[in-house]
Each structure stands twice: as structure tokens, then as C-alpha cells.
Design a binder for this molecule. Structure first.
Ligand code: KG4
Ligand code: ZN
Length: 375
């Protein structure tokens, strides 16, 4: 009989619930996104996020059970995101998870959101019948995080077989997360929120001409594995200030977004070749820094595997560049599918499975930890 865990995720702006069997088989995966609520503010508004989670949590959990064809009493455990994230948002999931666990007499397993992102990669690999070898270097890159870990198994086996994993932080962003830089640059260019998906598509539509501006690699003192993206955003801002001729098109795009015309086909005609070149140069700079530092760390640690997860892992150029670099360095790179790259609860249920087997169970004192570290 398999172990079936209900995962609950509410750390940021997605209310999500999923049922996963034995940490591998996704029986259901329901995500209620709040993007439409936050869009007009150009970013996540914490108070609105908590309110939306409260509205969504019961129907989302109900839907996850329905799609899995299960009743609450069929569950073996409940896994819930403890942190990091927005405290008010986390509390909704934790309070609901605690209440369910107490009412059903089922164990409650606390999960680190970042460990969830790592397990999203394993879920996908298992689906393809693959077993990523450890140690691995893992890049988690989203709107809230850009962090590099060494991932090893707490034990002697070099294959990931449901054991507990150990994490050593190698580097992180010193300012903005990469996804945050995408979102801020999209806002500057009048391209709405979130910025990643539209900038990704527009970058690939840029003509093969020299860009209107060049962004060099970010240099890091002391720790070569840290990242920095706020300088890049500022460079875009200065470039736009120096070129007031861009302003009219920015306004036209903002008006299109306000009308709801936010698709690629609608926005592409409102972008001239200079703007497309600028977007491509921005994306080149982000991708180059993410891939370079990750690959240097991989070589220095003699890791055999690279894991890439988080919302920005959906980026097409990031995926292609990693595939290319990993092939020439003879290491394997693994990504989640696009659906598992962004926040979801299947990854939380999968991460909860190995913790459940290791006996990591929370009691009624479990609290949200907005800056929970991964160790
Ligand atoms: O993991 P996620 O859903 O939520 C956070 O934990 O932040 O990631 C959302 C972030 C946003 O900043 C969004 O702009 C970015 O991921 N993103 C992308 C792409 N798709 C989403 N960034 C670059 N390229 C993409 N295709
Ligand atoms: Zn996340």
C-alpha cells in the first residue's frame, strides 16, 4: 500500500494542494494563482495574498482530494510549507494543515518551501524513469529566491532513494532575486506583471542585430558564487532615462496591458527592434550569470548533477544554455516541467514524504517561519 500525502502550499501568491503517492506519483495537483489580484500593483501585496489564501484554501484542498479520488480519511499524512515566505500567507496553510491533522488524527509534516523546489526536480526525473545522482549543485531561482546549494544524501548511497537530503548553501543573491529583476524590468518597459514569461518570449523575437546597450558580467568580491541583479535593473532604468524617445511606446504598452491586451501577439507589435534588443541583452546577462556561477560551483565541487528549479527555471534560454553547458562539462542537468517549476503543492507533498519516513512530525506548536533556512 502506498503512502499518500496531501501537500499544502501558501507561502506567496499561489494557494495550492496536491496528493502525491510515495513521494513520486502525482495523484492530483491543484494551484489557484492570485496573479490577477496582484497584477495592478505590479507585485505581490502581502495583505491581499493572505486574504486570497483564506478564500481559496478550502476549495483547493477539496478539489485536490476529488481529483485524486480520495477522502480525507485515506490520507497517511499532511505536509505543509512552514517557510520561507510571507508570514500571513504561510499562517493560512499552517493553521489549516494543523486543524486537518488534529481533526483526522494524522501526522503533520513541516516542509521548507525551498526543499519543495528541489523535490520538484526529483518528481519530474522520477516521472521520466531517471534517478539524479548526488552530490548535486542546485540553483533555485524564482521571484523570491536566487540561491545555490550543494545537495547530498544524508547517508552513503550516491543515488536519491527517498532518503533525507542535506543542503549546504554555496551562494545567494545579495540584492534582488532573478525573477524580481524580470518583474521590475518588465514594469519599467510597460510590459505588466509578472515579467518573466513575456520578456522570455520577446527576447526570442529580437532581431539578430547589435543591442542598443551592452551589460557586462556582474563581478563579485570574495564569494564568486553569490549573485546580484539590482545593478542590471538600474542599468535598464538609466538607459531608458537617457533615451526619452522610448517613453511613448512604454505608455502605449501600459495602455494595452490596462485594456487586458497582455499577450505576446498583442505586445510584440508595440515593441520596436531597439526595445527587443534591450530585452534580449537583459536576458543574456541574467542567464549568463546564473549559468556561469552554477557551472563553476559544479566543477569545483566535482558534482555530477545540476538541478534547476523555481519560476525562472521555466525560462527557455536558461534551459537551453544549461543543457548546452552541462553537455560540454559532461554533467547531467535536470529541470521540473514548467508546471512544477512555479509554486505548487506536489513538490511540498514529495518533500514531505522523505521527512515523514524519517519521523519528522510537527506538534501543535508549529509556527510559520518567514526566513526558514534550508540545512
Ligand atoms: O517560483 P515562483 O512561481 O514564485 C516565487 O516563489 O517567486 O516564481 C515566479 C517568478 C516571477 O518573478 C516570474 O516573473 C518568473 O518567476 N518567471 C520567469 C519565467 N516564468 C516565470 N522568469 C523568466 N522567464 C520565464 N519564462
Ligand atoms: Zn517558490
Amino acid at each position: 500500500m502506498s503512502t499518500r500525502i496531501l501537500g499544502i502550499e501558501s507561502s506567496c501568491d499561489e494557494t495550492a494542494a496536491a496528493v502525491v503517492a510515495d513521494g513520486r506519483e502525482i495523484l492530483s495537483n491543484v494551484v489557484a494563482s492570485q496573479i490577477d489580484v496582484h497584477r495592478k500593483y505590479g507585485g505581490v501585496v502581502p495583505e491581499l495574498a493572505s486574504r486570497e489564501h483564506l478564500r481559496q484554501i478550502v476549495p483547493v484542498v477539496r478539489e485536490a482530494l476529488l481529483r485524486a479520488g480520495m477522502k480525507l480519511s485515506d490520507l497517511d499524512a499532511i505536509g505543509v510549507t512552514q517557510g520561507p515566505g510571507l508570514v500571513g500567507a504561510l499562517l493560512v496553510g499552517i493553521t489549516y494543515g494543523k486543524t486537518l491533522a488534529a481533526a483526522l488524527g494524522k501526522p503533520l509534516v513541516p516542509v521548507n518551501h525551498l526543499e519543495g523546489h528541489v523535490h520538484a526536480v526529483f518528481l519530474e526525473a522520477h516521472r521520466a524513469g531517471l534517478q539524479p545522482r548526488l552530490p548535486a549543485v542546485c540553483l533555485i531561482v524564482s521571484g523570491g529566491h536566487t540561491v545555490l546549494y550543494e545537495v547530498t544524501l544524508a547517508g552513503s548511497d550516491s543515488l536519491h532513494k527517498d532518503g533525507l537530503l542535506r543542503y549546504r548553501k554555496l551562494g545567494q543573491t545579495r540584492d534582488d532575486a532573478a525573477g524580481e529583476a524580470y518583474d521590475k524590468v518588465a514594469k519599467l518597459l510597460g510590459l505588466g506583471y509578472p515579467g518573466g514569461p513575456i520578456l522570455d518570449r520577446l527576447a526570442s523575437a529580437a532581431p539578430a542585430a547589435p543591442p542598443p546597450v551592452k551589460f557586462g558580467p556582474t563581478k563579485m568580491k570574495n564569494n564568486s558564487w553569490d549573485f546580484s541583479f539590482s545593478g542590471l535593473k538600474t542599468a535598464v532604468l538609466y538607459h531608458l532615462r537617457e533615451h526619452p524617445e522610448y517613453a511613448a511606446d512604454i505608455k502605449r504598452r501600459e495602455e494595452a496591458i490596462a485594456r487586458g491586451d497582455r499577450g505576446f501577439e498583442q505586445l510584440l507589435p508595440l515593441c520596436d527592434s531597439q526595445i527587443l534588443g534591450l530585452i534580449r541583452e537583459f536576458q543574456n546577462a541574467v542567464v549568463r550569470d546564473l549559468v556561469e556561477r552554477t557551472m563553476i560551483a559544479t566543477q569545483e565541487l566535482s558534482a555530477e548533477t545540476v538541478l534547476v528549479s523555481g519560476g525562472v527555471a521555466a525560462n527557455s534560454q536558461l534551459r537551453e544554455t544549461f543543457e548546452h553547458r552541462a553537455a560540454s562539462a559532461e554533467v547531467k542537468v535536470f529541470f521540473p516541467s514548467r508546471a512544477l517549476s512555479t509554486d505548487n503543492a506536489a513538490m511540498i507533498a514529495a518533500a514531505a514524504y522523505s521527512r515523514f519516513r524519517a519521523g519528522v512530525i510537527a506538534d501543535a506548536s508549529l509556527n510559520a517561519d518567514p526566513s526558514l533556512a534550508l540545512a
